[in-house]
Design a protein around this ligand. Structure first.
Ligand code: CU
Length: 162
């Protein structure tokens, strides 16, 4: 009988997951999945990033900030309907991920705002960003750029072929 150490087993699991093409990152109590952005028209100076964050811990976590080489001014925003008009504003204290909860950054809701965009996002491209959490620390995430007008994946399980 062959015994695989927990560490090697864990590394194998990560490798298998990656080769399956699933975009799911685990760090500490966090599971970060389905990172994506919409492509931007030429000359655009802003873009938005979307991602799903689950906190499996017993305490609240907070997305404090993020960085990416693509944006001179990255901010975390929320969007809300104010008298029929969608408005967005920066979350100065970051975004709380409640214990045992999932927060979805998605169109018309919370999003990563890439202000002072240095170059347009092209469909099919990928870019890296580092999400910074209060407890879990920095987590590097690779965002997939989809066509202009694309919506969130309904199923982000990762193993489905469309
Ligand atoms: Cu915004």
């Amino acid at each position: 009988m062959r015994i695989v150490s927990p560490v090697i087993g864990f590394l194998l699991a990560i490798t298998i997951f990656n080769t399956a093409g699933a975009q799911e990152i685990r760090k500490g109590d966090l599971v970060i999945s389905a990172p994506w952005s919409r492509a931007t028209p030429a000359g655009a100076e802003v873009a938005a990033g979307y991602v799903v964050i689950t906190n499996n811990g017993v305490g609240a976590e907070r997305l404090v900030s993020f960085t990416t080489d693509l944006a001179g001014q990255p901010e975390i925003h929320e969007m809300s309907n104010q008298g029929g008009v969608m408005k967005m504003r920066p979350l100065a204290k970051g975004l709380v991920i409640p214990a045992g909860g999932t927060v979805k950054l998605e169109p018309s809701s919370y999003h990563l705002m890439l202000l002072k965009l240095k170059k347009p996002l092209a469909a099919g491209q990928r870019y890296k960003a580092t999400l910074v959490f209060e407890k879990a620390g920095p987590v590097e995430v690779e965002f997939e750029v989809r066509a202009i007008g694309a919506g969130p994946q309904k199923d982000h399980g990762g193993n489905h072929k469309h």
